[in-house]
Design a protein around this ligand. Structure first.
Ligand SMILES: [Zn+2]
Length: 380
């Protein structure tokens, strides 16, 4: 909670968020005192969004501020059951659907089933592929419709369309990010680190990077949940994930103890990556993704190379889409633990994983003529 009289960096952060939401608060963005003027801006922001205009920044206002950073076209929008996308871009879309008579409901800023139905109707009536996903083609169709019905800001929408085009190749994909273990199952432990916490943090860092490039990331669990492998696989299926990325850290477990891990490789430190395979079959796409994930992580982390392998294990076996399990270091290794503890190291891991996923999707589309592929930046 933030209110008048508060001071500190969080107040500066609030000013930044308000500015991003188009409600600049005061002449000095570095001012770290929550003063009367700032309170007036917060009240106006709350009023505009139908929130209680009390000038106090609580959970609801924080959520509205978070949603305010998205403009229509910044990212691909789709209905993800259980993880509704929300933000100003969804509200803008709903406004247009209402204008066009394609939405009969109040706008709520959440991409739920009714919004998806409206987008499908828009796609049917404009002759674009009907998938309920607001991507570049559908945005372009919306722009054409806006012109014909009048009142739309055509030049603004053209900019948005360009932005969307630039992000097109890696966009529209869904990745299930699976932080392993969770809840009471802490996974591997060592040197004060717990695998369940480390991999959730890693997944959250990666989620942000993927969202910025238009890839929808769905996390398989929160901090307190411990879904079964079957439940994780079902979630991947229900959100129509294109790939599954399961994040683990390993530990050297004394013989005879089973901590739910593979037998440790010869060296009890380093990075190992797995895709599905049995004695008689293997997933070729899984192996391709595993190769990319392993290569990018090795290049950026300095972890020892425990190579890629096939493994007929739970989540890899239960999922039908390409799935990869990565063991990012041994928490029982002092060297690995020191790396894993460092937030900058985790950022490098997230960057490596985002790049690997982009490459995986781009290679799938290698029939695209050379020159049309946009550069997918490492931080995108
Ligand atoms: Zn694990």
């Amino acid at each position: 909670m933030l209110r008048r009289g508060d001071t500190g960096p969080r107040v500066v952060g609030l000013r930044e968020e308000l500015a991003r939401a188009g409600a600049p608060a005061g002449a000095d963005p570095e001012e770290d005192v929550f003063d009367d003027a700032l309170e007036r801006v917060v009240r106006a922001f709350q009023q505009e969004r139908g929130l209680r205009a009390d000038g106090v920044v609580g959970p609801q206002t924080s959520r509205a501020l978070d949603g305010a950073r998205w403009r229509l076209g910044d990212r691909v929008l789709r209905f993800v059951p259980g993880h509704l996308l929300h933000g100003d871009d969804v509200t803008a879309l709903q406004d247009r659907l209402l204008q066009l008579g394609l939405l009969d409901d109040r706008r709520d800023g959440r991409y739920g089933p009714r919004t998806e139905a409206g987008v499908r109707e828009l796609q049917r009536s404009s002759g674009t592929a009907v998938d309920g996903v607001l991507g570049p083609e559908t945005l372009a169709a919306l722009r054409r419709l806006d012109r014909s019905v009048g009142g739309g800001d055509a030049s603004g929408l053209r900019d948005l369309e360009r932005t969307a085009q630039a992000r097109r190749r890696a966009s529209g994909r869904v990745v299930l990010l699976d932080p392993a273990h969770g809840g009471t199952d802490r996974g591997s432990v060592g040197h004060g680190l717990e695998e369940a916490e480390v991999v959730l943090d890693l997944a959250q860092r990666l989620e942000g990077r993927l969202a910025a490039s238009g890839t929808t990331a769905v996390l398989s669990r929160g901090a307190d949940q411990r879904p079964s492998a079957e439940e994780r696989a079902e979630l991947a299926e229900s959100v129509a994930a294109d790939v599954v990325l399961s994040l683990h850290c390993d530990a050297l477990v004394p013989a005879g103890l089973d901590a739910g891990h593979a037998l440790p490789p010869a060296a009890a430190s380093g990075l190992a990556t797995f895709s599905w395979g049995s004695a008689t079959a293997r997933s070729t796409e899984g192996a391709r993704l595993a190769g990319l994930v392993h290569r990018e992580l090795l290049a950026r982390t300095g972890l020892a190379d425990c190579r890629t392998h096939t493994w007929n294990t739970d989540l890899l076996r239960l999922t039908r889409m390409p799935a990869v399990r990565v063991e990012v270091g041994y928490l029982t290794s002092p060297d690995d633990a020191a790396l894993v503890r460092d937030p900058a190291f985790r950022d490098r891991c997230a960057e490596a994983l985002a790049v690997a996923l982009h490459r995986f999707f781009l290679e799938e589309e290698d029939d695209v003529p050379t020159g049309l592929l946009p550069v997918v930046g490492a931080g995108a």
